[in-house]
Write a protein that binds this ligand. Structure first.
Ligand SMILES: [Zn+2]
Length: 255
């Protein structure tokens, strides 16, 4: 139903607008519901028409109406991304309880993606309740409690081990505990198979981007993007296209 899809996309845009608030305020330890939206530069409260996802940014041409400070294009991009993820998830799960759980998960991944990119942290306030909610939801819904518990252990355990090995051999912190908790959360929500898909996708894309950045900076800089950003993209891909991806991949081996 195209009308329902459009409504869901718009719903996603509105949620994306709220995710922007979380992304800005969570790392700064500000309240999510007070004060209302305001310009982060001149503090002027925003009127309703400056708060419309995507549209306001375009109409204002990316600047505050009074102080003319540029507004980051990250805001409309995150709104559009959330809208598209909502559209894809609606298409995949239809109106089911699983849709609600998976959307909650996807929103957490989007928030973690940007916060890790901007601040290099993965706040416990998202990952720790995430593990609990993912496991609890799996008591009734896919992937089921067994796959969820295995995913939790595999996700947390594998990154913890990689971090330990890295630390023992190189003497530097290779993997933060934030990444460990984040992959445990991914496993709790999506199950152990998705943990493997997420790990493969995020390591592969991380390596590609890393090589690209090293090539661009002619090997001089040690430009490490935070791993949580790749985990988040990998998990969203695992959730939305994981199964066809695994089928396509195993097609190479099964005649
Ligand atoms: Zn302003």
């Amino acid at each position: 139903m195209p009308v329902a899809s459009v409504l869901f996309f718009v719903f996603g845009l509105l949620v994306g607008s709220f995710l922007n608030v979380c992304i800005y305020r969570l790392p700064r330890r500000e309240s999510l519901n007070w004060p209302g939206s305001h310009c982060t530069s001149c503090d002027r409260p925003l009127s309703w028409y400056e708060n419309i996802p995507l549209v306001s940014w375009l109409v204002l041409r990316g600047r505050c109406r009074t102080c003319h400070t540029p507004i980051s294009p990250a805001y409309p991009i995150i709104e559009a991304l959330t809208g598209l993820v909502f559209l894809a998830a609606f298409d995949l799960y239809a109106l089911t309880p699983l849709l609600a759980v998976r959307l909650l998960f996807a929103c957490s991944m989007i928030v973690l993606f940007v916060i890790d990119l901007q601040h290099r942290i993965l706040p416990n306030v998202i990952t720790v309740p995430g593990v609990v909610v993912g496991l609890a939801a799996s008591l009734w819904l896919p992937p089921g409690w067994l796959s969820s518990s295995l995913g939790l252990l595999l996700g947390g355990g594998s990154l913890f081990l990689i971090g330990e090995v890295y630390y023992r051999t190189r003497g530097v912190e290779g993997m933060g505990m934030g990444d460990v908790k984040m992959l445990a959360m991914i496993g709790a929500f999506l199950g152990w198979k998705a943990v493997l898909v997420t790990l493969i996708l995020s390591s592969f894309s991380g390596a590609l981007v890393g090589i690209g950045l090293i090539a661009l900076s002619r090997g001089g800089m040690r430009l490490a993007l935070p791993f949580g950003t790749f985990l988040s993209l990998g998990a969203l891909a695992a959730m939305l296209v994981g199964e066809p991806l695994v089928r396509w991949y195993s097609g190479f081996f099964v005649p």
